[in-house]
Design a protein around this ligand. Structure first.
Ligand SMILES: [Mg+2]
Length: 170
């Protein structure tokens, strides 16, 4: 059980991600969560730093797709700003949306990394498909009430993973 919640890597933020290392691992496609991974929860628009990061990732050769459990309008508007494909209401940790994203990216579980800030949706979903999973620290503290409660349980899981040496930094 705990193993399916353990990310392959843990980084403070997307900006700490080692793109060369990801490339050397064989990763060619990045599925990324939106809220609290790329931007604070329900934050309106990508800032210049995020736009620049997205450009850099794509120039490095990665394909990017946003997969979010949030609603269509928000995800679409954001993805359009970044000029990347997206899936909304994806139902993570269910596998269907993640499989659909790999179809869009033209990648396989071996060549796909999943970026996200939540253990029970992002990491679990990605691990179920055998993706490289990268957990980031959530950007904002302000969150949807349901998520805040999940975070408490998540904190216990992360502490357990850390104790067992299963929360690796790249
Ligand atoms: Mg999130």
């Amino acid at each position: 059980m705990l193993r399916s919640l353990a990310p392959t890597w843990f980084v403070e933020s997307i900006y700490d991600l080692d793109l060369d290392r990801l490339w050397q691992r064989g990763i060619r496609g990045i599925i990324t969560d939106l809220d609290n991974t790329l931007i604070e929860w329900n934050g309106p628009e990508p800032d210049e730093r995020l736009l620049e990061w997205t450009r850099r990732v794509r120039e490095r050769g990665f394909k990017v797709c946003i997969v979010s459990n949030n609603g269509h309008l928000r995800v679409e508007a954001f993805a359009r700003h970044l000029d990347v494909p997206f899936l909304s209401k994806a139902g993570k940790p269910r596998r269907r949306g993640l499989r659909a994203a790999m179809d869009i990216l033209g990648t396989t579980p071996q060549t796909t990394a999943l970026l996200g800030d939540q253990v029970f949706t992002d990491v679990l979903g990605g691990n179920r498909l055998g993706l490289t999973t990268i957990l980031v620290r959530p950007i904002a503290k302000k969150e949807f009430l349901g998520t805040r409660m999940v975070r408490r349980v998540e904190g216990l899981v992360l502490a357990a993973l850390r104790r067992r040496g299963m929360l690796d930094k790249p």
